[in-house]
Design a protein around this ligand. Structure first.
Ligand code: ATM
Length: 277
């Protein structure tokens, strides 16, 4: 896959949606085609599951059930939207991805690491973020931003209604992920002006993925560095063995045997391509 996959993560009110649009503009100005997407959702099937999750309909079944539903939505999103765009050489930026499940259903819920790792393997297979930008916000500041945003425009969703203590747990969980996976994650202080945050994000992107600072070369797509990093990070995160990627190799050759079955299943699907969020 010749594209690049960047995820944005953070607590409520951290400004992810605004910042992903700023980043899109910078990347477009550098000649890159960008797909903005989000989770839960991003494809028609996943958007249907988003509705169930954010309405709170699954809350009473517990965080493990919610984790399964988020993973089902993610599998569709990856298959229908993210993987095809990466295969086309685009830059995909997703507002939330599997770190949200680790934080919301894991750290601030009851879903265990083993379940979450299995779900990540099933849903993501060979699609792993090369860079995850964690927007770190003081929970009180974040919640007051959400309150201002919601003012008169509807009720908080299933997760926005959680209290300050939960938001503190989530913030700590994001920071712990960044500490554990520094090669994939970068933490940006989001308690500042939008412009300052946007500038730091851009500097982080071009430091980690320098090929994005230049115009894309149609003849020779920049690929080797990023796909190696993604595979390595995946192996580290989920404990699978990785094999060296050969040029022109099939997806089967990219990751360990534990993840081969879902690939065969997905290749046979005839679903409609997903939309952009
Ligand atoms: P947004 O508000 O960023 O659209 O996300 C919807 C909610 O879904 C978000 N909480 N709030 N507010 C976090 C939650 N969520 C999870 O709990 N687990 C997940 O895996 C994902 C992707 C989102």
């Amino acid at each position: 896959m010749t594209g690049h996959f960047i995820t944005l993560e953070g607590g409520e009110g951290s400004g992810k949606s605004t910042q992903m649009r700023f980043l899109e503009q910078k990347l477009n100005a550098n000649g890159h085609e960008v797909v903005l997407t989000r989770e839960p959702g991003g494809s028609p099937g996943a958007e249907a599951v988003r509705h169930v999750l954010l309405s709170g309909a699954a809350e009473r079944f517990g965080s493990e059930m919610e984790a399964l539903l988020f993973a089902a939505a993610r599998a569709d999103h990856v298959d229908q939207v993210i993987r095809p765009a990466l295969q086309d050489g685009k830059v995909v930026i997703s507002d939330r991805f599997f770190d949200s499940t680790r934080v919301y259903q894991g750290a601030s819920g009851k879903a265990g690491d083993e379940l979450l790792q299995t779900l990540e393997k099933l849903a993501c297979f060979d699609v792993w973020p090369q860079l995850t930008i964690i927007l770190d916000i003081d929970p009180e500041t974040g919640l007051s931003r959400v309150t201002r945003r919601l003012d008169g425009k509807g009720a908080p969703d299933r997760f926005e209604k959680d209290d300050l203590e939960q938001q503190e747990i989530r913030r700590a969980a994001y920071l712990a992920i960044a500490e554990k996976e520094p090669e994939r994650c970068i933490v940006i202080d989001a308690n500042r002006s939008e412009d300052d945050v946007a500038e730091d994000i851009w500097q982080a992107v071009i430091a980690r993925l320098p090929e994005l600072a230049a115009k894309p070369s149609r003849k020779k797509p920049a690929q080797a560095r990023s796909s190696r990093t993604a595979a390595d990070v995946k192996a580290e995160a989920v404990g699978t063995t990785t094999r060296k990627k050969r040029s022109g190799s099939s997806r089967k050759e990219d990751v360990g045997s534990a993840a081969k079955k879902p690939a065969a299943r997905r290749r046979s699907r005839k679903d409609e391509p997903g939309d952009k969020a």
